[in-house]
Structures are given as structure tokens and as C-alpha cells.
Write a protein that binds this ligand. Structure first.
Ligand SMILES: Nc1ncnc2c1ncn2[C@@H]1O[C@H](COP(=O)(O)OP(=O)(O)O)[C@@H](O)[C@H]1O
Ligand code: SF4
Ligand SMILES: [Mg+2]
Length: 384
């Protein structure tokens, strides 16, 4: 059986924000290239995880997909229609199908509206219910997301962070959408609440046959929930593959670097994998690097990378990547083994320094190194 038709086909999607100067004559002087040419599909019923560091363009992508931002260029084909070509009045009925759950459940809820008004608003805007019917539907939605329907007249500040996110989810569900952009929906919540909200979203997806784009800045968060994962860097896609595949066989150095930050419980795999620590910040999208946008931070980069932009293409079945290393597997292996040797030498040097420090102290602090590693791993785990 072949793959079904995608629910969303995204082609060459660009979202540039113009920067204007001048008091009397306003003119465009620069452009923030927040999203700079994305190609990917989202299939019905799946969760596509979208990850990348802060500022990579994830939220802008989500907003451009559902036309909260009207893209600068490209196509978003939903149900056979290119949304980017539609006028606002043609788009209006389709907006029911395309919803968003926001990162900060407090900032995204109007503090002067009751929960009933917030959840009911999309139903009123799309004229789907009013009066008693509206009230009953809102109470039903509250019940669906685990909120007590008796609290319908309360205000957002009367709820906890997790409950506020449930209000945001109920509002997104109100019009029975088909596609929801979930923009870091658990990042602002306590770790103990995160799992509850993730479980709720998974249950709702199954119950209502939903398709998700699930945005996170951390690969560990999307691992459990995603069928496929898209990795984004500075407005471009680095890699897209099945969730399991990307963890065991990352082809893009940026994905490798993000994975280095995720602890793997299997010590054998942990020992084998290449550790890449990313230095510095994501460069400015006002003036992205030439060639491959990752070349300023990539440990594998060579001359070609600064000159030529790698094509985003299928390297293995169902696994797409934008990296010149795909054409040069020998180079990848050589640099990997050099990095492995360097890190082994580094570890050796560190341990011999430790030994000499201990002998200088005259004390046996042999546990010190181990407890340092444990602290790092514990800190990383807390993020998941
Ligand atoms: N409305 C806007 N006007 C100008 N620049 C923007 C706007 N929204 C986002 N940006 C810029 O686009 C880049 C990507 O932002 P964003 O999509 O929010 O990234 P992420 O969600 O991955 O953290 C950032 O450099 C951000 O400053
Ligand atoms: S194209 Fe070059 S710089 Fe870009 S990710 Fe691949 S190796 Fe690194
Ligand atoms: Mg964001």
C-alpha cells in the first residue's frame, strides 16, 4: 500500500519580514529571512515534529502554514487548494480546519474574557452555535479537555498553567479542525504537568482524527509524540525523516549536534555516537551565511559549503537532508573518526590532569569526575 495523499503540501515556503527606514519616505532596507524556502508534506493523522534552536523560524513556519502570516512566496496546498493564493473571504471557511495552540497559555488568552467566551469565540465567529447550544458545546469541550464545566464563568487567571493550556486546547478544538499547529505547547509548563498535556493531546488526536505540526526546541520533547521529525536551522530545513530513523541515523550535522544534547539510556549507543557541541548562537536571519547556512558552526564544513547551498533531497527512502556530505560519505567517516580520536585524547588529557591534581592535593577525590557527569545528565533529563 502506497502513502496516502498529503493533507498539506508545502512548496518553497518563504516568510520574509521587511525592515523599513525613513521618516518621510519609508523604504525597505533589509529583510528578516525567517523562513527561506521550505519543502515538506504533512500526512493525514500524523504528528510531524518541528525542531530547532530558538530563532530558527519554527513559529513563523507554523503561522505561515495556517495563514496567520500570509507567506512572501511559495505554496501551502491544503485539500487541493493553495491557501497562499486565496483572498481573506475565501480563506475564512477554511480557517475552521486550521487551528493553533500557543506556547504561552496565559499571554494567548484574553484576561478580560471568561473561559466560556474564550472557548466559544471561534464557534460564534464561524456562526456554528449560539445561545443554549453554544453553552452546551463549550461545556462539552471543557469536559473533553479535562476542565470542570462548572467553571465556565471563571477568568483565565483563576486557573493553573496546565489548566490554561487546556483552555487553549479546547478553543482550538471548538470548530472540529483537521490540522493543528502546536507551538511549544508544553515549554512554559512545569515538568510534572508536561506529560499530562502531551497525553491529552495524543488522546485527542486519536479521538478526533487530528493532524499535528508539533513544534519544540528540543528533540527529547518531540521524540515520543512524533511520527516524523523535521529539523530546521535558520529558515531552512536541515533534515526530515521518520522519528526512529532520525535518532539512530542522523544525516545532518545539525541534527547530530541537537542529538548530542539528548541523553541516550543505552550505554553502547552512547559510547559509539559522535558528540558535537554547538558553539555560538544562530546567525541573524537579516544576513544569513552564504552557501550552507550552517557552515559557520559545522564541524564538517569545507570550502564547498560556504559557496554552494546544498539541495534538500532524498538521501535514503523517506529520509531527506540538505548537506553536501551526502555526496561524500568518505569525508563524513574521516572527520567523524578524527573527532572521535580528538574527544578520546581530550578525555585522556582531562583524566591525567585530574590524577596530577589529586596527587598535588594528596587526597583521593576519585568520585569528583563521576559526580560532575551525573549532574550534567540529571540536568538534561529534567528538560524532557
Ligand atoms: N513579525 C516579525 N517581524 C520581524 N521579524 C520576525 C517576526 N517574527 C519573527 N521574526 C524573526 O524571525 C526569526 C524566526 O523567529 P521565530 O519563527 O519566532 O523562531 P522560533 O519559533 O524558531 O524561535 C527570528 O529572528 C525572529 O526575530
Ligand atoms: S553542507 Fe557542509 S556546512 Fe552544511 S551541514 Fe553539510 S557539511 Fe556542514
Ligand atoms: Mg517559537
Amino acid at each position: 500500500m502506497g502513502k496516502p495523499e498529503p493533507l498539506l503540501k508545502v512548496r518553497n515556503l518563504k516568510m520574509h519580514f521587511p525592515v523599513y527606514r525613513g521618516v518621510f519616505v519609508r523604504r525597505e532596507v533589509e529583510r528578516v529571512r525567517a523562513v527561506d524556502g521550505l519543502d515538506f508534506d504533512i500526512y493525514p493523522g500524523e504528528t510531524l515534529g518541528l525542531v530547532g534552536e530558538s530563532g530558527c523560524g519554527k513559529s513563523t513556519t507554523g503561522r505561515a502554514l495556517i495563514q496567520l502570516y500570509r507567506p512572501t512566496d511559495g505554496e501551502v496546498v491544503f485539500d487541493g487548494q493553495n491557501l497562499c493564493e486565496l483572498e481573506e473571504n475565501q480563506l475564512h471557511p477554511l480557517r475552521r480546519d486550521l487551528q493553533m495552540i500557543f506556547q504561552d497559555p496565559y499571554a494567548s488568552l484574553n484576561p478580560r474574557m471568561t473561559v466560556g467566551d474564550i472557548i466559544g469565540e471561534p464557534l460564534r465567529v464561524h456562526r456554528l452555535a449560539k445561545g443554549q447550544k453554544l453553552r452546551r458545546r463549550v461545556q462539552e469541550l471543557m469536559d473533553t479537555v479535562g476542565l470542570d464545566p462548572r467553571y465556565i464563568r471563571r477568568y483565565p487567571h483563576e486557573f493553573s498553567g496546565g489548566q490554561r493550556q487546556r483552555i487553549g486546547i479546547a478553543r482550538a478544538l471548538a470548530c472540529e479542525p483537521r490540522f493543528i499547529v502546536c507551538d511549544e505547547p508544553v515549554s512554559a509548563l512545569d515538568v510534572s504537568i508536561q506529560a499530562q498535556i502531551m497525553n491529552l493531546m495524543e488522546d485527542l488526536q486519536e479521538e478526533f482524527d487530528l493532524t499535528f505540526l508539533f513544534i519544540a526546541h528540543d528533540l527529547a520533547v518531540v521524540r515520543h509524540i512524533s511520527d516524523r521529525i523535521a529539523v530546521m536551522y535558520l529558515g531552512n530545513l536541515a533534515e526530515v525523516a521518520d522519528g526512529d530513523e532520525i535518532y539512530v541515523n542522523p544525516l545532518h550535522p545539525y541534527t547530530e549536534a541537537l542529538l548530542s544534547a539528548v541523553p541516550i539510556p543505552d550505554p553502547e549507543i552512547e559510547k559509539e555516537r559522535t558528540q558535537i557541541v554547538l558553539e555560538g548562537d544562530v546567525p541573524s536571519p537579516l544576513d544569513p551565511p552564504s552557501g550552507c547556512v550552517f557552515h559557520t558552526r559545522c564541524p564538517y564544513a569545507w570550502e564547498r559549503c560556504a559557496k554552494e547551498k546544498p539541495q534538500f533531497k532524498e538521501a535514503q527512502p523517506g529520509h531527506q537532508v540538505a548537506c553536501h556530505l551526502v555526496d561524500e560519505p568518505d569525508r563524513r567517516e574521516r572527520i567523524r573518526s578524527e573527532m572521535a580520536t580528538d574527544s578520546a585524547n581530550g578525555a585522556l588529557e582531562a583524566s591525567s590532569e585530574e590524577v596530577s591534581a589529586q596527587s598535588a592535593d594528596g587526597e583521593d577525590d576519585s568520585n569528583e569526575g563521576a559526580s560532575e557527569v551525573a549532574t550534567v545528565a540529571g540536568g538534561a533529563e529534567e528538560k524532557t
